[in-house]
Design a binder for this molecule. Sequence first.
Ligand SMILES: [Zn+2]
Length: 235
Amino acid sequence: MNNRKPASNQVLAAIPTKDYQRLRVQLEPVTLKFERVLYEPGQAIRHVYFPIDCLVSLLTAVDKRRTLEVGMIGNEGMTGMPFILGMGVSGVRALVQGGGNALRMASGPFRIEFDRNRPLQRALFRYTYALMAQISQTAACNRFHDAEARLARWLLMTRERVGSDEFPLTHVFLAHMLGLRREGVTEAASALKRRKLIIYSRGQIQILDVKGLKASSCACYRIVNKVFQRAAIAA
Ligand SMILES: [Zn+2]
C-alpha cells in the first residue's frame, strides 16, 4: 500500500494526512466474501473493518430461524461501533451482504490509536451519530412501512454502498434482511419488476430506474441520507 489515503472509505478520507500515517501502517487490505460473518452477538470484536466497496449488514436475531437487518455499513463508515463506545463485544451479527474490499485493523491497536487520534475520534463520533439515526429509522420502517416501499429503500441504500446497479441477491437472503416471509419478498419484488424498476434472475438483481425506485421508497431513505449528509458536512 502506498502513502495515499484511500479516499474510497469516507471515515479514513476525513483524517488529515499527518494523523493518517500512524493509522495507515496498521491497516490491512482484505477481501470479504459474500455471506461471511464478521461478528456474532455476544462475541468479542477482533477487528474493525473500513469498507471500500463491500457492504456489511447488521442483523438482529429474532429467534433461531429469523433475523432482521437493523443497519447497513458501506464505505461511509466502519464496522465495530461498540469499540467507539468503549465496548469490545458485538450486540449484533455483522454479515457481508456485498462482497468486496475493505481495510481492517486488529482491535487492540485500534483501541490505542483511537484513544490518541482526535481526528479519527471526531470522524467516528460523527459516523456513529449517523449510524444510530439509521438504526432508529430502520426500526420504525420495519414496523410501519409496507414491504414494497421497504424493499425499494433497501435496494437504493445497497446500490449507493456497493457503487453498482447490479448485485447478487436471492429472495431467501432478502427475507432475512427485511424480516419478511419469502412469499412477501416475492410479491414486493414482482411489483417493482412489473413497474420496470428492477429485473432479477438467477440470484442477480439489477436496478433499471433509480428515479422510479426513489418514488416507490418510503421517506426513510431520504431522512437517513439527510442525516449522513449533515454528519459529513460537520467535518
Ligand atoms: Zn421506511
